[in-house]
Design a binder for this molecule. Structure first.
Ligand SMILES: C[S@@+](CC[C@H](N)C(=O)[O-])C[C@H]1O[C@@H](n2cnc3c(N)ncnc32)[C@H](O)[C@@H]1O
Length: 309
């Protein structure tokens, strides 16, 4: 980004309003969600959503900017022509009640994933071991931006959370997000492939929670350009049937969970029966449940580790 001069750091309400009108027309023509225009504006300028909706921003004589109008326009054109997700352009995204830093090194945490925290909370509330589990060691496998680890740390303040990712770049973002949320003392970060960095935790984990890559490789080219051209392929590609990583998590978890511990994953709609079958075939799980997302689609599978004695 070019260095900003003092005059770059401010715009009139009328200037921002005119830019917004132009961008809204371009968004409509390009099939981009109109809300993204306001999202970008709010990230750049000291403006409230309501003042944009009501048009009162127009009346303000001077508005402070984080970067210049020219830079705003450059990023907007990048959104339209390169289909760069707006979250990467502004460098952050809301998730639950958190604001998370994101970069192209991490998957943009999705709204549907927010539910995994509520499912974990409900599963622990139902467990006869609830106090023990809630104070135990939890893992977010494939933490990316750290979204799930942070959500778990907020929900289970007495738990110790481990966040694993094989991308060192992703872990740096996740660590920054833990600092930003004041949760850095609750979460330990591990760089490595799935259980590899956790061998010292065998038999000790209260819960394994994960949103692993689950998209069948052949489907990757059919994803929206925002996803396939910008988000890390290593966060998406689940191998031939999409189940490579889910299979590994189902097979390895019994070595790490305490009896009564929770196994909870997100998967692609339509994979519920296959994932439940993996767990049944493994033999060490009970209470296997396919859970729906808010749109009513199978999106999560949970189970309790119950070793055969
Ligand atoms: C679908 S993304 C989920 C990111 C984040 N948990 C979320 O829900 O937004 C999957 C994550 O798994 C990580 N990952 C992929 N393969 C891995 C492996 N073998 N070991 C550890 N992490 C892996 C990717 O780097 C990515 O961050």
């Amino acid at each position: 980004m070019a260095a900003m001069t003092a005059s770059d750091r401010a715009a009139t309400g009328a200037e921002l309003w005119a830019w917004r009108e132009k961008a809204l027309a371009e968004a409509q023509a390009a099939g981009v969600d109109a809300d993204e225009v306001d999202w970008l504006l709010m990230a750049v300028a000291d403006v409230e959503r309501l003042s944009l909706r009501l048009g009162t921003v127009h009346q303000r004589s001077q508005i402070t900017l984080r970067y210049s109008l020219a830079e705003l326009e450059r990023r907007w054109q990048q959104r339209l022509t390169e289909r760069t997700p707006v979250q990467y352009l502004v460098g952050e995204t809301p998730w639950r009640d958190l604001m998370l830093t994101v970069s192209p090194a991490v998957l943009i945490p999705r709204p549907e994933t927010e539910l995994i925290i509520d499912l974990a909370e409900a599963a622990i509330a139902r467990s006869p071991l609830r106090d023990q589990l809630a104070q135990g060691i939890w893992v977010d496998m494939g933490t990316g931006s750290g979204a799930i680890a942070l959500g778990l740390a907020q929900t289970f303040p007495s738990a110790r959370i481990l966040a694993v990712d094989f991308s060192a770049e992703a872990l740096a973002i996740a660590q920054g997000n833990a600092d930003r949320a004041g949760l850095q003392n609750c979460i330990a970060f591990y760089n490595g492939s799935w259980f590899e960095p956790l061998t010292s935790y065998r038999g000790q984990l209260s819960a394994i929670v994960s949103n692993p890559p689950y998209i069948p490789s052949a489907l990757l080219p059919t994803l929206q350009p925002e996803v396939i051209n910008h988000e890390p392929a290593s966060a998406l590609d689940g191998g031939d049937d999409g189940l490579d990583d889910l299979r590994l998590l189902a097979a390895q978890a019994p070595k790490y969970l305490v009896p009564g511990g929770l196994w909870l994953v997100e998967m692609m709609t339509g994979q519920g029966e296959a994932v439940a079958s993996l767990l049944e075939a493994q033999g060490g799980y009970r209470d296997i449940q396919i859970c729906l997302d808010l749109a009513g689609r199978d999106r999560f599978v949970q189970a309790i580790y119950a070793p055969k004695l």
